[in-house]
Design a protein around this ligand. Structure first.
Ligand SMILES: [Zn+2]
Length: 382
């Protein structure tokens, strides 16, 4: 039986609140993660836990903790410290935050500084009680998840190996065990300019591009029993910003295309070309894939690590997890599909992320710590 005093001491709601509020107090838009990452590294250092900074680009280090505690499995915990930009309509200072009972409002409170706080508290508890487990514990606090995932890429590119990875993004009773991938498609349309009063002498790139966009809905997207692919036009540009009476010769649009297994950047490009060919357009269509690229990912619901997780989850939450599949992409895509680590997402309960008044239920930060500790001690038995 696990020492429940240890679990309780390691998951104090007040401490979870203090730590989350400390992380939220740093403005850490993608590109500005340096200060919060150094604060996290200093916290580990003050706790006597071995910690390193890994350079990515600019002042945007990843924080890596590695605790080697004898032979045994390797567990990787991961979170990101960057946040989306401030939305309009906050009821409090998004970086000071506001506490109301067990709810804490702040930018990044849910996505995902509370998850990083849970990871930090779990790592400290496991470092203090190394007699309770054997193996290697790695914890990574990464940058740039909301943009190009350069932080997770750097972790994967250093050749990370682990037997299980838990990304502590907000999810709570709906842990995520798979998700779509994504490619960003850029379409460049070339027509022929002419006097706007003699359009028949030109080829209007805006019109030809619009014909293709109008046909996108007829495109059959990839099918998967548990995942849903989708696509959205993100931008559309043509013509001159200045008023001139000229038929535009260039147009460009971008498509955010979510993929399922079996779809690749090549297959998406081939489908786009086929659709363009079906227009019999006089314009030229060029398609290219722009970064970032994310592969789809999935962990089998029967995987043994989920058996261990389910036991820990049930003790804490009182029911079985209701697994879900992400319709968006995250760093879990890379850990699962590129680094080949069995990966799932489990973290605190958050509300309204990527919106104003984002919040987290503080009791679930403490709950996440307890689930992580129960999982770790069974996954890496002493
Ligand atoms: Zn996130």
């Amino acid at each position: 039986m696990l020492d429940t005093t240890w679990l309780d001491e390691s998951s104090d709601i007040e401490e979870a609140y203090q730590l989350t509020a400390m992380l939220v107090s740093y403005k850490s838009y993608p590109g500005l993660e340096g200060p919060v990452q150094r604060a996290i590294a200093a916290w580990f250092e003050a706790e006597g836990i071995p910690v390193e900074l890994q350079e990515t680009e600019g002042d945007r280090p990843n924080v890596i903790v590695r605790i080697e505690n004898g032979p045994g499995p390797v567990l990787l915990l991961n979170g990101h410290v960057d946040t989306v930009l401030e939305a309009q309509g906050w009821k409090c200072d998004p970086w000071k935050g506001q506490r109301e009972g067990n709810m804490f409002y702040g930018l990044g409170a849910a996505d995902m500084k509370s998850g990083v706080a849970a990871m930090m508290l779990a790592v400290r508890a496991l470092h203090r009680r190394r007699d309770l487990w054997k193996g290697t514990l790695i914890a990574t606090s990464v940058v740039d998840e909301e943009a190009f995932s350069i932080g997770a890429r750097a972790i994967v590119d250093m050749g990370i190996k682990a037997d299980a990875c838990i990304v502590t993004e907000p999810s709570w009773d709906k842990p995520v065990i798979g998700g779509v991938g994504k490619v960003l498609v850029r379409a460049d349309i070339t027509g022929k300019s002419s006097h706007g009063s003699m359009p028949e002498e030109g080829i209007n790139a805006a019109v030809e591009a619009a014909r293709l966009v109008a046909k996108l809905d007829s495109m059959p997207l990839g099918q998967h029993p548990r995942m849903k692919s989708s696509q959205a036009v993100l931008s559309f540009h043509s013509g001159s910003d200045q008023y001139v009476i000229t038929v535009p010769e260039k147009a460009r649009f971008t498509i955010n295309r979510h993929t399922v297994f079996g779809e690749t950047d090549e297959s998406v490009l081939a489908e786009m070309r086929e659709l363009a060919d079906s227009l019999n357009s006089p314009a030229r269509f060029d398609f290219a894939i722009a970064p970032p690229y994310y592969p789809p990912w999935e962990l089998s619901p029967d995987h043994p690590i989920l058996g261990i997780f389910e036991k820990a989850f049930k003790i804490e939450v009182g029911k079985d997890p209701d697994y879900s599949y992400a319709t968006f992409v995250a760093d879990s895509n890379y850990f699962s599909s590129d680094a080949n680590i069995p990966t799932f997402i489990f973290g605190p309960k958050g509300y309204g992320y990527h919106q104003c008044n984002e919040s987290v239920d503080l009791s679930t930060i403490a709950g996440t710590v307890r689930v992580l500790l129960r999982f770790a001690t069974e996954f890496m038995p002493a």
